[in-house]
Design a protein around this ligand. Sequence first.
Ligand code: E4P
Length: 218
Amino acid sequence: MKFFIDTADVEEIRKAHAMGVLDGVTTNPSLLAKVGRGLEETIREICSIVDGPVSAECVSADAPELIKEGKGLAKIHDNVVVKVPMGVEGLKAVKALTAEGIRTNVTLCFSANQALLAAKAGATYISPFVGRLDDISQDGMELIAHIIEIYQNYDFTTQVLVASVRNPVHVLQAARMGADVATLPYSVIAQLAQHPLTDIGIKKFLSDWEKVPKSAKP
Ligand code: E4P
């Protein structure tokens, strides 16, 4: 299972990269607004840190504009994956960009039928937003199970990229279901490494080590 980080904050990206667990990055307009930097400059810097897929999102409304914008984003760096919002115009753009050899990530997916359409249009990744579904009392992870089942039924190669992840339970469930990728906020990546028994164990080992005579230590 691949881990992407869901942020435009290069310091968070550097920290996750240093942990040795990072396979890629996803950004969106809200995450870019948070860091207050230009898209191109930020994406270039991210690509200099992580050698993996980096999603940059289109903000155009119709297919011709989405295609133009997507081609421009793809030119920033070879690792850029063009993020296209789900919808009729988005699907047309995915089809056209895919035909040009440009990788796409269909975002804002909230149903299995949307995921089916994205796969048929040739999307490289589908991003179902599990946390936002949970927020409205729908089971986000059930959507992931349905999409994986459908993609396996028809041997689609579109990768399931679990997005809007809010906690380690989402990650555990995604991994058990065999999702290809999860994109995680830095806080969730850090949480994955923690366990109270690990902290207690380290404290005990260190205090016991103090009791070992100096002469017996290397
Ligand atoms: C995915 O690519 C999106 O950037 C992201 O996961 C959205 O998450 P949110 O619902 O926490 O904003």
